[in-house]
Design a protein. Structure first.
Length: 161
């Protein structure tokens, strides 16, 4: 078996979406895969040459089934996280050590009935809900706790929660 040295791998370029409804709730969805005990906000890779703002709207549509949202804030900095060693080589074809993300806060302009997590050809989620922003860190996989803590700290004042 070939040992992959994660320090030699790049980060996958990615965007994340903090979708906020009129009551200040943040959209989270429950994963279908091996991390099914955890919830997360929509996120996904940036295609070659794609603008991050366009990527976040595309990912939002793919993962929630709706694009009824507008960008209200974006993170000032790109953030990275590393995958745990046991996931290196299993995700993204073993090409990345983790992700380098630009996060956006989006105001949800639709109704709950506009959300359809099964809209994409291969759904990533089994359930979804609105949560208080301060609940986010405790809902995600442990290796993303620091990342989500940073995102909440930066975006919370910008969304008025």
């Amino acid at each position: 078996m070939i040992k992959i040295h994660k320090d030699k791998l790049p980060y996958r370029p990615c965007v994340g979406a903090m979708l906020v409804n009129a009551r200040g709730g943040v959209f989270v969805a429950k994963r279908i895969d091996g991390m099914a005990d955890y919830w997360q906000m929509p996120q996904g890779g940036i295609d070659e040459g794609e603008d991050p703002a366009k990527a976040v709207m595309r990912e939002l549509q793919e993962e929630t089934g709706t694009s009824k949202a507008e960008i209200i804030a974006r993170s000032e900095h790109w953030r990275t996280y590393d995958l745990p060693d046991d996931l290196i080589g299993k995700l993204w074809g073993g090409k990345y050590r983790g992700q380098r993300q630009k996060w956006f806060a989006l105001k949800f302009l639709g109704e709950d009935s506009d959300i359809n997590i099964e809209a994409h050809e291969i759904p990533e989620f089994s359930d979804w809900k609105w949560v208080e922003i301060d609940e986010l860190v405790n809902l995600v996989v442990p290796f993303k706790h620091a990342l989500y803590g940073d995102i909440v700290m930066e975006l919370k004042p910008l969304i008025g929660s």
